[in-house]
Design a protein around this ligand. Structure first.
Ligand code: M6R
Length: 615
């Protein structure tokens, strides 16, 4: 939700900020802007639309002398995506400019009070409210303060105490042009420590080409950067806080397209490697067992409560099947936005599993906090190192998938499933619910999975292309599956709708006859996930019901299946739950090819943002 980048250093700050913003564009892309100080003037350039439009406007200015800048790419919450509502916003004296990610809940109250005192608002945003509040404090403090530095720090501290809601923000000040301040509460903000240059950003990939040394900022902290240094303070007391620098091992290429047309395609194709990376260090091949040192201190729970959103929720639903069947651990699963407002019942020895690629999803984080308040241990399953969920959990399993840039999540789900498969085997072994033979077969087949998937992906993409072209005129789609394939049906539908804007619904195949089948007609196709598993014959009966109503069906199945369909999509057969790792990319590629065929913006679908850090 909105991307923030802040730079102070030795290079021309505006082009550099634009370069960093490009790697943040996935967080929001309805408008963008930058602010910098040049020739003793605070300059702001903003534009609605994507970064190309901003770049075009910047091209009309001489921007090469500034060495500090702040930039923002927006996902609108308050106010339409217009230029006036785009960030940065400036105060009434044109001395301060601010960028913000989050939602200020008491903005109306603060705005009314500021308007009564003569402040003029130019936008409909909640952001302008914080800025003018800071400006108001600054005006009064400045007269008595010993330095600009002190005045702005105190103004920020006082203003933030009056603000309710979530924010990550950055502030540039004409009166001390080399310093930039950042603050966070419930929205991510990371400091990048370079040599002769420093950064603050919403996410690590923004500054990854320039530094891999990062400092994770916590809620209630203020950060100040200049070209030659950085400092972190407690936002209330303004006391200095010692922070640790962490070295990130992501490489720059992993945050670039690497020759692919879209990040989404690149990330789908990376899945064989993603499975290998998730396994790395977690399989003791000599003894054919799973090792998860990060869970050494967490005993096998009596019940698991899974909390997640979107694709991560689908991964959690998939995990329920193997946790219950292999490890015999009962699982309750909730969409995080429901979990957080439900009267949950926790028992002794329960565990909450918070699943999130970004580690910053507001609802999932809220679920985690609720569990911790009730003394239920939480394990976070995250991709992003040092993210809020990772830091606030009692234990973290990193999925090790590398940066996921495309808004449509693909490799993250594959890595989450890989981690769950390991966890189910780990718990199963600890509880003695799995035979040695089962454990060995699973581990051996899991090790061979990346190779099989790798050799299949190109063929899968061709099939995806063929079926996408054939069904591109469809206005709606069903995705059906049973058992462990049901969560995949939900995911297939989510992928199709979010990037191609075709209405799609995922259903448990057995549920069709309870209502949805009324929609079936010759124009309403179904993609049926029909591997040769225990529920195959049951699924066939459900498909007969669809066909009897003249509904076209694409059957995603195994070679040799007796599915009597015109459109059969065959993928290799694997053992048990491992089939899911071949079904998932087929669904992703179908959605991808459909979006490409229809000319949609694959990596940045309309109305969406990558990490949803607001409620
Ligand atoms: O970062 P998270 O895994 O917590 O994100 C959860 C959802 O916002 C995310 O999976 C979303 O549904 C994706 N756009 C799906 O492709």
């Amino acid at each position: 939700m909105c991307g923030i980048i802040v730079y102070s250093g030795h290079r021309p700050a505006v082009p550099l900020t634009m370069d960093c913003l490009r790697r943040l564009e996935y967080r929001g892309y309805d408008s963008a802007g930058i602010a910098y100080i040049q020739q003793n003037k605070l300059q702001v350039i903003r534009s609605r639309g994507k970064l190309d439009q901003l770049e075009e406007k910047i091209g009309q200015h001489d921007v090469y002398h500034a060495t500090t800048a702040i930039g923002h790419t927006r996902w609108a919450t308050h106010g339409l995506p217009t230029e006036t509502n785009a960030h940065p916003h400036t105060d009434n004296n044109k001395e301060l400019a601010l960028v913000h990610n989050g939602i200020i809940e008491n903005f109306q109250e603060i705005r009314n009070s500021l308007e009564q005192r003569g402040y003029v608002f130019y936008s409909e945003t909640d952001t302008e409210t914080i800025l003018l509040l800071i400006s108001d404090k600054y005006k009064h403090i400045r007269e008595k303060a010993n330095s600009e530095d002190e005045a702005i720090a105190r103004a920020l501290s006082q203003a933030l105490q009056e603000v309710e809601g979530s924010y990550a923000l950055a502030l540039i000040n004409l009166n001390s042009p080399n310093e930039i301040w950042g603050a966070r509460h419930s929205s991510p903000l990371i400091l990048g420590a370079g040599t002769g240059e420093n950064f603050i950003a919403s996410d690590i990939p923004a500054f990854l080409p320039y530094t891999k040394d990062v400092v994770f900022l916590e809620d209630g902290e203020l950060a100040k950067i200049t070209a030659n240094g950085w400092e972190v303070y407690d936002a209330s007391s303004l006391n200095r806080i010692d922070k640790q620098i962490n070295r990130i091992d992501w490489n720059v290429q992993s945050a670039q397209k690497g020759g692919y047309k879209h990040f989404m395609l690149k990330e789908i194709m990376e899945q064989p490697q993603v499975i290998k990376d998730c396994m790395a260090g977690r399989i003791d091949s000599a003894n054919q067992r799973v090792i998860l040192p990060e869970l050494d201190h967490v005993s096998v729970p009596e019940q698991v409560h899974i909390v997640a959103c979107g694709t991560s929720y689908h991964a959690g639903l998939w995990a329920k099947y193997i946790f219950e069947s292999w490890s015999r651990v009962p699982v309750h699963i909730d969409i995080a936005s429901e979990f957080r407002y439900r009267d949950n019942i926790f028992r002794e020895n329960d565990l909450v599993l918070a699943i999130t690629q970004s580690g910053e999803t507001a609802d999932t984080l809220a679920g985690l906090r609720i569990a911790r308040e009730q003394n239920v241990p939480v394990v976070g399953l995250c991709n992003v190192m040092g993210s809020s969920v990772a830091r606030e959990s009692d234990g973290v399993i990193y999925t090790q998938a590398g940066p996921e840039i495309s808004v449509a999540s693909t490799k993250a789900m594959c890595s989450q499933m890989a981690a769950f498969l390991l966890l189910a085997l780990y718990w199963g072994e600890s509880k003695g619910t799995l035979s040695t033979e089962f454990l060995q077969n699973s581990i051996q087949d899991f090790i061979s999975l990346p190779g099989i998937l790798n050799s299949e992906l190109a063929r899968m993409q061709e099939s995806g292309q063929e079926f996408a072209a054939k069904y591109s005129r469809s206005r709606s789609f069903f995705f059906l599956g049973r058992g462990i394939n049901y969560p995949l049906a939900l995911e297939g539908a989510l992928k199709l709708k979010e990037i191609s804007y075709i209405h799609a619904e995922g259903y448990a195949a057995g549920e069709m006859k309870h209502g949805p089948i009324a929609l079936i007609d010759p124009e309403f196709p179904t993609l049926a996930i029909a591997p040769h598993d225990d529920l195959y014959t049951k699924l066939i009966s459900n498909l007969q019901e669809v066909k009897a109503r003249s509904g076209p069906v694409i059957g995603l199945t195994h070679p040799g299946s007796d599915l009597n369909l015109e459109d059969k999509w065959e993928i290799p057969k694997m053992w048990s739950a491992l089939n899911s790792f071949l079904i998932l990319p087929a669904l992703q590629l179908f959605a991808y090819e459909m979006a490409v065929y229809l000319g949609k913006d694959v990596d940045q679908p309309r109305n969406l943002a990558k990490s949803v850090t607001v409620e």
